[in-house]
Design a protein. Structure first.
Length: 182
């Protein structure tokens, strides 16, 4: 009897040890499914760049896609918003990307370096590090110790970046999907 109950206790303890580390310290990425969908849409359309307007903020977002390698996404506002609207209308997505990199209004530029085009990862995987830049501050998602932050601050910064990135990916995805009708 002692042997059977000991086995049950050991099995329960082992199960707890296996389940806890998988979720502890790891954040589920909101951007991951959207980045993968965007990469698939760009592959299907044979596009290496895409851009969209953000109707909520008045900003513009543009992405360069290096198939199977990475997704580089930049966003920001212009002093003359017609620049972005005209580039999108003409499907000059790469040009808009370059414009945003160099001429976005100060303090409005964001930049995501999504290695593997699979969404922002909470920590480096296989030595590959995603990064997020906003308000002239760059955070490489390489762990809180390397970022010289508390775990709580790092987790919060990641969650905010990932949520923002997911939102702009959804705008790009809507632009990349084939239009139906008319």
């Amino acid at each position: 009897m002692l042997c059977k109950s000991s086995h049950a206790i050991l099995a329960a303890a082992f199960s707890a040890c296996v389940v806890v580390p998988a979720s502890a310290g790891q954040q589920e990425s909101k951007s991951a499914p959207l980045a993968k969908q965007l990469a698939q849409a760009l592959d299907a359309a044979k596009l290496e760049s895409i851009a969209a307007a953000d109707p909520t903020t008045g900003a513009f977002i543009a992405a360069l896609y290096i198939p199977g390698t990475q997704l580089l996404v930049v966003g920001g506002m212009f002093d003359a918003p017609a620049i972005g609207s005209e580039r999108i209308h003409r499907k000059e997505y790469r040009d808009l990307y370059m414009d945003l990199q160099g001429a976005a209004k100060a303090g409005t530029r964001i930049f995501a370096q999504d290695v593997s085009a699979d969404g922002l990862a909470f920590r480096a995987h296989d030595g590959l590090v995603d990064a997020w830049e906003q308000a002239n501050k760059t955070l490489a998602f390489d762990g809180w110790k390397k970022a010289k932050m508390s775990e709580e601050d790092y987790t919060k910064a990641y969650a905010q970046a990932d949520e923002h990135y997911a939102r702009i990916l959804s705008l790009l995805l809507a632009q990349a999907k084939p239009k139906t009708g008319t």
